[in-house]
Design a protein around this ligand. Structure first.
Ligand code: IPE
Ligand code: IPE
Ligand code: MG
Length: 267
């Protein structure tokens, strides 16, 4: 796979590039609520307000695609009351925000398994995707009922079915073909994955697509996330030296230089 083209919208050839695709693991709603002796549902409700802020901010940062992890395939294991609060919020969000997102030219895409999604939510998802399909603004990918291993298995199943039918030879299965069978087909890989709440793990998020993503873990709880946090994560991203397995940039600072002054540089 070729890395995402992250050209700089400022036009400054020497400036570090901006991330084109930012993905966020929106974590910490429960802790935000617990700190305030509020029910977890209130943390989730305030989390939706942070979603509105980040969608707005992403457009202003020149980000082309924003992926938000809203509900994982593993989150079904939470208490039934919390699961139904989260389902109620996704319904509410689509109903109340779809018209505004559409008016702003946002293209909504949902990634995740269809199986197991309540019928009315599946219909709302379909409405959101079809209504905004031709929009040319920010691509807003919402990972809902999403687990990366499940996504990879579903893609592998599709490949196996094609092979069984004789539509593709196993030897013709390439990274590109496989990626096209993933839910994110047609969307460039994330350049930057942010996780809030201080946890430092991926929790089954974009395991294939995140192969070369820069990871930024911020100590802010999701409901407190605002434009400045996105800006901070983008700045951290811009200070990183992305190599994709290649040689370090000539001008890049050697992070070990001060510890090992005599270290021989390999040309
Ligand atoms: C993220 O917040 C929202 C979802 C996972 C749906 P959490 O609910 O995980 O909040 P914490 O991690 O318990 O604080
Ligand atoms: C990941 O957060 C899923 C979402 C943000 C939707 P979790 O809170 O579910 O992850 P773990 O359980 O801490 O790994
Ligand atoms: Mg959590």
């Amino acid at each position: 796979m070729t890395p995402t083209d992250s050209s700089d919208p400022s036009g400054d050839a020497h400036a570090a590039p901006c991330p084109q695709h930012v993905a966020i693991i929106m974590d910490g709603n429960g802790r935000w609520a617990a700190k305030r002796h509020l029910p977890r549902a209130e943390g989730h409700r305030r989390g939706v307000e942070a979603v509105r802020r980040v969608v707005e901010a992403a457009g202003n940062e020149g980000i082309a695609c924003l992926t938000l992890f809203s509900f994982s395939s593993e989150n079904w294991s939470r208490p039934a009351g919390e699961v139904s609060d989260l389902m109620r919020l996704i319904r509410l969000f689509i109903r109340s925000d779809l018209a505004r997102l559409h008016a702003k030219g946002v293209r909504v895409r949902i990634i995740g398994a269809e199986e197991g999604v309540p019928e009315d939510i599946a219909a709302l998802i379909h409405e959101a995707e079809s209504k905004t399909a031709d929009n040319q603004g920010l691509i807003l990918q919402v990972a809902f009922n999403y687990g990366a291993r499940d996504e990879i298995v579903r893609a592998a199943r599709r490949m196996a079915e094609l092979a069984l039918k004789g539509d593709v030879a196993p030897s013709a299965i390439t990274e590109e073909l496989f990626a096209a069978a993933l839910d994110t087909s047609g969307i460039p890989d994330p350049d930057l994955i942010i996780r809030t709440s201080g946890e430092q793990r991926l929790s089954n998020f974009l395991l294939w697509q995140g192969a070369y993503a820069e990871l930024v873990f911020l100590p802010v709880l999701w409901p407190d996330f605002c434009a400045e946090h996105l800006r901070e994560a983008v700045e951290i991203f811009r200070s990183r030296d992305r190599r994709f397995g290649g040689r370090p940039e000539e001008a890049a600072p050697d992070p070990l230089a001060k510890d090992v002054p005599a270290r021989e540089k390999h040309a």
